[in-house]
Design a protein around this ligand. Structure first.
Ligand SMILES: [Zn+2]
Ligand SMILES: [Zn+2]
Length: 338
C-alpha cells in the first residue's frame, strides 16, 4: 500500500509499504479521508516527541472496513466507519479512577498512519472508539471525530452558559472548533490571532469579535463588562501566550490551557493575581471514550458546519504541499484523499 512517511522535519516521502494484516480483534480500514492536524504540523516543522521519525503519521481519518480479524464483533467488510486513533487500557490506575484520557498506555498504544491507503486499528480501539459513519456525513466531516473529541473534552472542564464572555486565543483548527462549540452554547466569543485571514474565517464562523493579539488587553477593558473574560481558552501552545492568558480573565475566572508547548518550556505567573483573584488554571489533554461519543453525536446532528474548516484537499502524493502551506500559515486544515 502507499503510505506517507515523515523522514525528518520538513521531508515527507510517499512509499510503497506492506499492507498490515488484522490479527485477533483488529480491523483494517481503507482510508477515505484524512485531515491534517496541528500536531502533524508541529512534527513537520520541528519534530514531535509523540511522532517517531522516520515513520507513518496522520491520525484523523474515516474510511471503510477492508478486512476484519478473528473475534471482531459488530463490524464487517464494507462498513463505513469513523474512529479515533487511541483507546484507554481500562486496567491501569488512571483507568480505574476513570481518568481515561490520562491512561498510562494511551499514547504508547496509539495508531498513526492515516496519510496512507490503509490503517490497522487495534483491538482496544475497535472495542471502544470505532463508530458507524451515518450517510448524511461526508468522509471528510467524519474525519473530524478526533479533533472534535479533544475540544469536547476541553469544554467539559468548565460550565459555559448562555451569554458568558469567552476569549479564544488562536484561530487555528482547534481555536475554531472551540468557537463552533461555544456558539452552540450561545456564549459571546472573542477570538484573537495574528493572521488576518484566520480572523476573517473566525468571523464567518460566528465569532462575535475578532482581534489581533496586541489589542486583546484594550479589548478586554471594553468588552466583557470591563472586568475580563469569564473563560479564556489558550489554543496556541506558545509559552508567552500561556503566561499572558491570566491577564485577560476576570476575578474567579478560568484559563483553559489547551495548546501544548514545546517540551521543557516554563512560564511564570504572578502569585498574587492567582491567589487574590482566585484564578483557575486548567490543563486539558486528549479525550475519553465518552467525549468521543459526545463528539460523534454533535457531528451526526450536522448542525455545527464543521466542513467549513477544510481549506482544500490533496491526493496522497501531494501531502507535502498541504504541509508547506500550513507552515506558511495558509489554510486551516487540508483533507487528504487517497
Ligand atoms: Zn489531531
Ligand atoms: Zn489505562
Amino acid at each position: 500500500m502507499l503510505a506517507n512517511i515523515i523522514i525528518k522535519p520538513g521531508t515527507i516521502e510517499l512509499r510503497d509499504i506492506k499492507t498490515p494484516k488484522p490479527s485477533h480483534g483488529e480491523i483494517l480500514v481503507k482510508i477515505k479521508a484524512a485531515l491534517t492536524c496541528g500536531t502533524d504540523l508541529k512534527a513537520f516543522r520541528r519534530g514531535h516527541p509523540m511522532i517517531p521519525m522516520p515513520g507513518v503519521f496522520g491520525h484523523e481519518f474515516s474510511g471503510v472496513v477492508a478486512e476484519v480479524g478473528k473475534g471482531v464483533k459488530g463490524f464487517k467488510e464494507g462498513d463505513e466507519i469513523m474512529a479515533v486513533h487511541t483507546a484507554p487500557c481500562l486496567k491501569c490506575i488512571y483507568c480505574k479512577k476513570r481518568l481515561y484520557n490520562l491512561c498510562d498506555k494511551i499514547m504508547d498504544t496509539k495508531v498513526l498512519g492515516a496519510f496512507a491507503e490503509y490503517i490497522l486499528l487495534t483491538e482496544y480501539i475497535v472495542k471502544q472508539n470505532v463508530l458507524y459513519k451515518p450517510k448524511n456525513l461526508s468522509f471528510e466531516e467524519a474525519a473530524f471525530l478526533e479533533p472534535l473529541s479533544c475540544v469536547v473534552h476541553s469544554m467539559k472542564s468548565v460550565d459555559i452558559k448562555r451569554g458568558d464572555n469567552v476569549l479564544v486565543i488562536g484561530a487555528g483548527p482547534i481555536g475554531l472548533l472551540h468557537l463552533l462549540l461555544l456558539k452552540e452554547k450561545e456564549a459571546v466569543v472573542v477570538i484573537s490571532d495574528k493572521h488576518k485571514k484566520k480572523l476573517k474565517i473566525a468571523k464567518e464562523l460566528g465569532a462575535d469579535f475578532i482581534f489581533k493579539p496586541e489589542k486583546t488587553e484594550a479589548v478586554m477593558k471594553k468588552l466583557a463588562n470591563g472586568i475580563g473574560f469569564d473563560y479564556v481558552f489558550e489554543c496556541t501552545g506558545r509559552p508567552e501566550v500561556w503566561q499572558a492568558s491570566v491577564n485577560y480573565v476576570r476575578r474567579g475566572g478560568t484559563v483553559i490551557l489547551f495548546g501544548g508547548c514545546k517540551s521543557g518550556t516554563k512560564v511564570t505567573y504572578d502569585t498574587g493575581k492567582l491567589h487574590y483573584d482566585e484564578i483557575t488554571l486548567k490543563g486539558v489533554f486528549h479525550f475519553t471514550p465518552s467525549d468521543v461519543k459526545k463528539a460523534y453525536k454533535l457531528l451526526c446532528k450536522g448542525r455545527i458546519g464543521i466542513s467549513r474548516l477544510i481549506s482544500g484537499s490533496y491526493p496522497l502524493n501531494q501531502l507535502q504541499k498541504a504541509f508547506d502551506k500550513l507552515a506558511r500559515g495558509v489554510g486551516i486544515k487540508y483533507a487528504i484523499i487517497p
